[in-house]
Design a protein around this ligand. Structure first.
Ligand code: SGN
Ligand code: CA
Length: 515
């Protein structure tokens, strides 16, 4: 296809960009970073000054969601612009078919140089990248191994900092300066088991982080699946692996679950790293042992220990974003480089008493999405339309002036980034989570979010029911309204729309709705 056709296919902004030099794209993607731990999204528990810069100098999407709240599936969706059933990667542990169409491959074809650095987690080797260097599987926080085309090598240091350095190295001397580029910088943090880096270990030390309103949720207002998961801070968080206590010799005899390997991540540390780590937790751990906490006090302590480590990991990611922005500013790359910040899904930060993700409830369904492009996007732009991770691939392609294949299921966000209000923008989102009986035991479900309502269908033998929430009246999704007669009309409408969405996305997986 000639340039003329490309120009015709793109919008005015794209044409303008193409007329000059095509924009570079830096996609910063962290792991498990919930929007409610970003100050630009109104976090009550931390501040993220560097990520906030993207919102101040660019656009923030206020209604940004994933299609399946789990790592590999979200990443596969980002790459393909397709929902899980359509790209074949429905659950962690699947292997991504790298032969299929992805946006990095299409950008390569359009003349971009492409690089992928950090967490990949798709089981097969990356395709569509001129350069890649990835963590094996989940990767390690300290002295992590990285894999590239030549093999596997352990790199000294802390994973967020190393991933950032590798990305900066590639920007400095790895890439071809004559080509526009795509750089995917994908952080492991703040994924479980929430191990902060040496620079962040001391943060929040003598503070109490505010608790979420639903920390002591009793799950009574919803179907039984919510009560039967395994992701509660109270019952399913591990004292040694997750919460950084050291077992006594007696406790060492009776370790269960991940606690059996509590020391493995620490064994990767060098003596200095280990000493800094031990110092960071020693006093608090001694005080905890003395206090003999139980009941709600114990849950409160666990929440504090968990959330502080999570937020310390976030602070490392935020610092990395700042380093990348600073590099662009000092190297003449700021104006024409689009910087995107996002994370593979949201996360429970004690909300509903939980950690982890998976549910279609807001905290894990939501994804942060911030986009800065000084040349084209006005500053402090607030975007309220419903967007989803299927939209990323079409967006990147349109930004680069490349055609968007018809089989991608998302829609380019460029018009929204230009401040337009397309009349035909989607009014509903579809969601489908499959990993039933996997870790954390969240029942399989699919659902729709439309206007102020959300309808979820749980479809398993032991959990076969609907939930309906009014997000305006009940933003915490505590009260299932499905059986209430006042909601008959909404119930009927949403069920019909959900059925139609499934048909329009050609999702025949999962159990059809009864009736
Ligand atoms: C690991 C974690 C789980 C987490 C999954 C999926 N356990 O199994 O807590 O839900 O990954 O996370 S851990 O002990 O290994 O940390 S995902 O981000 O990769 O989808
Ligand atoms: Ca994740």
């Amino acid at each position: 296809m000639g340039l003329g056709v490309l120009l015709l296919a793109g919008s005015a902004a794209t044409q303008q960009a193409l007329a000059g030099s095509r924009p570079n794209i830096i996609f910063i993607f962290s792991d498990d970073h919930a929007p409610h731990a970003i100050s630009a999204y109104g976090s009550k528990i931390n501040s993220t000054p560097n990520i906030d810069r993207l919102a101040a100098e660019g656009a923030i999407f206020r209604a940004s969601y994933c299609g399946n709240s789990i790592c590999g599936p979200s990443r596969a969706t980002v790459l393909t612009g397709k929902l899980s059933h359509a790209n074949g990667f429905m659950r962690n542990g699947n292997r991504f078919d790298g032969e299929q169409q992805t946006f990095p491959k299409l950008l390569q074809k359009a003349g971009y140089e492409t690089a992928m650095i950090g967490k990949w987690h798709l089981g097969t080797e990356p395709t569509g990248f001129d350069y890649w260097r990835i963590l094996p599987g989940q990767g390690s926080y300290y002295n992590p191994d990285f894999i590239d085309a030549e093999g596997r090598k352990r790199l000294p240091g802390y994973v967020t900092e190393i991933t950032t350095e590798l990305a900066l190295d590639w920007l400095r001397e790895g890439r071809d300066p004559n080509k526009p580029f795509l750089l995917m910088c994908q952080q492991k943090a703040p994924h479980r088991s929430w191990m902060p880096g040496p620079r962040e270990l001391g943060l929040y030390r003598d503070e109490d982080i505010p608790e979420p309103a639903s920390l002591f949720d009793d799950y009574l207002g919803r179907g039984p699946a919510a009560a039967q998961q395994e992701m509660e801070i109270d019952r399913h968080m591990f004292m040694f692996y997750d919460l950084k206590l050291e077992p006594t010799p007696e406790e060492s005899q009776n370790l269960t679950g991940p606690d059996r390997s509590w020391e493995n991540p620490l064994k990767r540390m060098n003596p200095q790293q280990r000493a800094a780590w031990d110092i960071a937790f020693l006093e608090e751990n001694q005080a905890f042992r003395k206090a003999g906490l139980a009941g709600e006090d114990l849950i409160r302590w666990k929440f504090q220990r968990y959330i502080k480590n999570y937020l310390r990991c976030v602070a490392g990611v935020d610092r990395s974003v700042g380093q990348i922005l600073d590099y662009l500013a000092t190297n003449g790359l700021e104006e024409n480089t689009i910087v995107i910040y996002s994370s593979d899904q949201g996360f429970y930060l004690g909300d509903h008493g939980w950690y982890d993700k998976r549910w279609m409830y807001e905290e894990s369904f939501a994804m942060p999405l911030l986009v800065r492009w000084p040349k084209q996007i006005q500053s402090a732009l607030e975007i309220s339309q419903l967007v989803q991770n299927i939209d990323y691939a079409p967006t990147f392609l349109e930004l680069a002036g490349a055609p968007v294949p018809a089989d991608m299921q998302g829609r380019s966000l460029l018009a929204l980034l230009e401040g337009k209000q397309p009349a035909d923008w989607r009014d509903a989102l579809y969601y489908h989570y499959y990993e039933s009986r996997a870790t954390h035991r969240v029942a399989a479900h699919y659902g729709i979010r439309k206007g102020q309502y959300k309808l979820i269908y749980f479809y398993e033998e032991e959990h076969d029911y609907f939930e309906l929430f009014d997000l305006e009246e009940d933003p915490g999704e505590m009260h299932n309204l499905y059986a209430e007669s006042a909601y008959e009309e909404i119930r009927v409408e949403l069920r019909a729309r959900l059925k139609q969405l499934r048909a329009s996305y050609a999702d025949t997986t999962g159990k059809p709705m009864p009736g």
